[in-house]
Design a protein. Structure first.
Length: 133
């Protein structure tokens, strides 16, 4: 499995798995606003540029998502990601309960856009599932 570092800031890292065409972001610490949005938009562009359909969110270190970021995600990011071909989403769930609840709500909501989502507590299992899609 080879992955290419695409972008990184203090809070989030973005990779692209070249063999399996997986967009992969990892939240390293509480991420919000511009730092989070830039990474997600760049990941969305990768869907289009690389013909990818799979996204891996490593949210183990994530906490609650701000209301503004939730609204931005629903209004800006999600429609663009779907338009660019996003179909499969593997999420390594946050360690904190509040983050887990928000991820579950997002996965359920995104299903109505045709996204097949699965939640994991192990990164390797999440990658394996995406590779099988």
């Amino acid at each position: 499995m080879s992955k290419e570092l695409i972008m990184e800031n203090d809070s989030v890292t973005l990779w692209f798995h070249t063999d399996s065409k997986i967009v992969h972001h990892e939240i390293k610490k509480y991420a919000y606003g511009k730092q989070l949005q830039e990474i997600l938009l760049r990941g969305t562009d990768l869907l289009k540029e690389k013909g990818a359909t799979k996204w891996l969110s490593d949210a183990r270190n994530s906490n609650a998502i701000t209301r503004a970021d939730l609204e931005w995600g629903d209004d800006v990011w999600l429609p663009k990601a779907v338009e660019y071909g996003w179909k499969y989403w593997a999420i390594v769930e946050p360690e904190r309960f509040i983050g887990q609840m928000e991820i579950k709500r997002r996965a359920e909501k995104y299903a109505s856009y045709g996204i097949t989502a699965k939640i994991f507590n192990n990164l390797d299992e999440a990658i394996k599932w995406l590779e099988e899609q």
